[in-house]
Every structure is written in structure tokens, then in C-alpha cells.
Design a protein around this ligand. Structure first.
Ligand SMILES: NC(=O)c1ccc[n+]([C@@H]2O[C@H](COP(=O)([O-])OP(=O)(O)OC[C@H]3O[C@@H](n4cnc5c(N)ncnc54)[C@H](OP(=O)(O)O)[C@@H]3O)[C@@H](O)[C@H]2O)c1
Length: 314
């Protein structure tokens, strides 16, 4: 009998939900148990549609005890936990670095065979963005403390429940203008959420022996500037939208971000933009030439098209 147990940290997020759907639809027999690790009070009603043998564990990756009990007996671990802005209880360093150290150490001492850690394209120890620096520290920690880790680094991930296109689509529905932060010249390589989920699945299954200790950069087939992405969004929205794209210098975007951050501190409203995200937008977010990528995992990435953006309905 199959005794492989998979623990997924961050399983209730955007990529995690797609991973569970793919596991359910395509690889139901890969694991005897799938442990869904999420924080308290999380809506897990989507799990009722799945036929996977699921164990639900509530906790935080910041707690050594919670992580230990989630990993106990597991053969495979996927870490999808990440934050876009720090909160009162969770700094970037705690979530992207210290907790990854903790997970990797516990994987090492618990007999786990494989850890798939999802980081982000653009992570760099020299970045001016704390998000990108702490993501780089997390990758380094995972590979040194659990050398059989596999690091997957996606560019912007899109799909029906994404944050990027849906956010700008919501903005376009109520505003005649959209901001081109920094002039809109930053380059991205958006990757479909299903391609990211497939990358995790093949890493857990047929490519398990080749991905160990390696870093993969996950991007779609085309490089697009921020301006081109907003144009595509307007063109492929249903119905198509006409909006003015107005360049907004980085300094102005930062002063708006200060207002959003203040509103978050005072009223708890999730910030639309932070100063750290403005810093991130200063560097291109594309797959490095010569890096391992989706094709090395046997996946041909989906094209950004009217079909793959068909969820942008008014
Ligand atoms: N989406 C993208 O465009 C993109 C691009 C590049 C890299 N990534 C990376 O890919 C990973 C997954 O992204 P995503 O878009 O699926 O993110 P997401 O939708 O925000 O999901 C993040 C998950 O992490 C969980 N989480 C956050 N803090 C936690 C904590 N302290 N303890 C336990 N769980 C916690 C969240 O649960 P709660 O909801 O309960 O907080 C959620 O399930 C992240 O590491 C992200 O940085 C994403």
C-alpha cells in the first residue's frame, strides 16, 4: 500500500489550491495522505470537492511545534507560504527566511525524502526589496539545511484567482486611468498557475530523482513589459475595456504606497501597493538565460491569451 504522505504548507493559497486540484484530478494515488497546513479560521470549504485523503492541520509556520507535528511521518513536503507585505506578527524575514530554516531543519531530522520550496523570480541578496532579499535567504537556507530541496521560482503567476490581473481588472472597472508605475517598462514573464502546479507535481513524481538540490526558474513563453501586460488585460477583458495608461514615476508610487501602508496600520485595510513592491518593480522579473526552467521539467508553458485570461469578465 502507498504510504507516502505529503505535507503542503500554504495549501489554501492561490497556487496551493491549484496544486490540490491537479493532485486530485491527475495523481490521486501518488500519496496516501495529503496534509493541508493552514492558519486558523481559514475557509477550507473548497476541500469538500476533492476526493483526496486529506488531513487538515491548523497552525503557523512560525511555530516550531506546529511545523514539527505537520512534518512528522511525512515523506514529501511542499512549502508555498509567502507574504506580500509584513504584518504585526509576521515580518518578511520570519516568513521567508527563519521559518524556511525551521522547515528545512525539521525535514532533515524527520526522514523527509523531498522538500519543494516555492520562492520567487527576482530573489537576490543584493536587491533593494526586502521581499526579494528574504526570499533569497530562504532559498539558501533550504538548500544548505536540506540539500535535497528543490527550489521553484515563478515570475508573476496568473489564473482565475490571481492577484495581479484581477487587481488591475477591478481597478479598470471603476477608474478611467491605470497607473504605469515607473513608466511601465519593467519586464515580466507571467506563468500560468496550472504550469506552476504541474511543475510541483512532476517534481514530486517522475522527475523526483533529477530535481533534487536544483533551482528552477518558472516563466511563461513570452517576456512582456508592465505596459504590455496592462494593454493585454484591457484587450482581453470581456467586454474589452478602453483606459488611459498614465506613467507614474517611482517616487510618486512610493508616496501613494505610504498612504496605503498607513491605512493598513490604522484600519487594517490590505495595502494595494507598498514601498517594498515599488522597489521590486524597479528590476525586471524574467527567467535568467541558461537557468533550469519549465521545459527542463517537461512542461510547455501556456501562452498568455484571450483563452487563458478568459476569467477577466465584467
Ligand atoms: N502568486 C504569485 O504571483 C507568485 C509569484 C512568485 C512567487 N510566489 C510565491 O509562491 C508562493 C505561493 O504563492 P500564492 O500566490 O499561492 O500565495 P497566497 O495565495 O498568498 O497563499 C499563501 C499561503 O500561505 C499561507 N500562510 C501565510 N502565512 C502563514 C503562516 N504564518 N503560517 C502558515 N501559513 C501561512 C496562507 O494562509 P492564510 O491565507 O491563512 O494566511 C496561504 O495559504 C509564495 O511563497 C509566493 O511568494 C507567488
Amino acid at each position: 500500500m502507498n504510504r507516502r504522505i505529503l505535507t503542503v504548507f500554504g495549501a489554501t493559497g492561490f497556487i496551493g489550491r491549484e496544486l490540490l486540484r491537479c493532485l486530485n484530478n491527475e495523481k490521486r494515488d501518488l500519496f496516501s495522505v495529503v496534509r493541508i497546513f493552514s492558519r486558523k479560521n481559514k475557509d477550507t470549504s473548497f476541500l469538500t470537492d476533492l476526493n483526496l485523503n486529506v488531513e487538515h492541520i491548523q497552525g503557523s509556520i512560525t511555530s516550531h511545534r506546529d511545523v514539527e507535528s505537520a512534518v512528522k511521518g511525512a515523506s514529501h513536503v511542499v512549502n508555498l507560504v509567502g507574504i506580500l507585505y509584513p504584518t504585526k506578527n509576521s515580518s518578511f524575514d520570519v516568513i521567508h527566511h527563519e521559518s524556511v530554516k525551521n522547515i528545512a531543519r525539521i525535514c532533515n531530522s524527520s526522514g523527509v525524502q523531498q522538500l519543494i520550496h516555492i520562492s520567487a523570480l527576482g530573489s537576490s541578496l543584493n536587491s533593494s526589496s526586502e521581499y526579494a532579499r528574504t526570499k533569497a535567504l530562504g532559498e539558501k537556507a533550504a538548500l544548505s539545511l536540506f540539500p535535497r530541496s528543490t527550489i521553484l521560482k515563478p515570475s508573476i503567476v496568473y489564473g482565475p484567482e490571481d492577484d495581479f490581473f484581477n487587481r488591475f481588472h477591478r481597478m479598470a472597472k471603476i477608474s478611467p486611468v491605470l497607473p504605469l508605475i515607473g513608466g511601465g517598462q519593467t519586464k515580466f514573464q507571467p506563468v500560468h498557475v496550472n504550469d506552476v502546479a504541474q511543475a510541483i507535481l512532476v517534481s514530486l513524481d517522475e522527475k523526483q530523482n533529477v530535481v533534487s538540490g536544483k533551482v528552477y526558474e518558472l516563466g511563461g513563453p513570452h517576456v512582456k513589459t508592465f505596459r504590455e501586460l496592462l494593454r493585454l488585460l484591457l484587450r482581453y477583458s470581456d467586454p474589452p475595456l478602453k483606459r488611459l495608461l498614465v506613467p507614474m514615476p517611482f517616487w510618486l508610487a512610493k508616496s501613494q504606497a505610504i498612504a496605503f501602508e498607513l491605512a493598513y496600520q490604522l484600519f487594517g485595510v490590505a495595502p494595494m501597493l507598498t514601498r517594498d513592491q515599488v522597489e521590486l518593480l524597479k528590476a525586471d522579473n524574467i527567467v535568467t538565460a541558461g537557468s533550469l526552467n519549465l521545459l527542463d521539467l517537461g512542461i510547455t508553458p501556456k501562452t498568455l491569451s484571450k483563452d487563458t485570461l478568459s476569467y477577466l469578465k465584467s
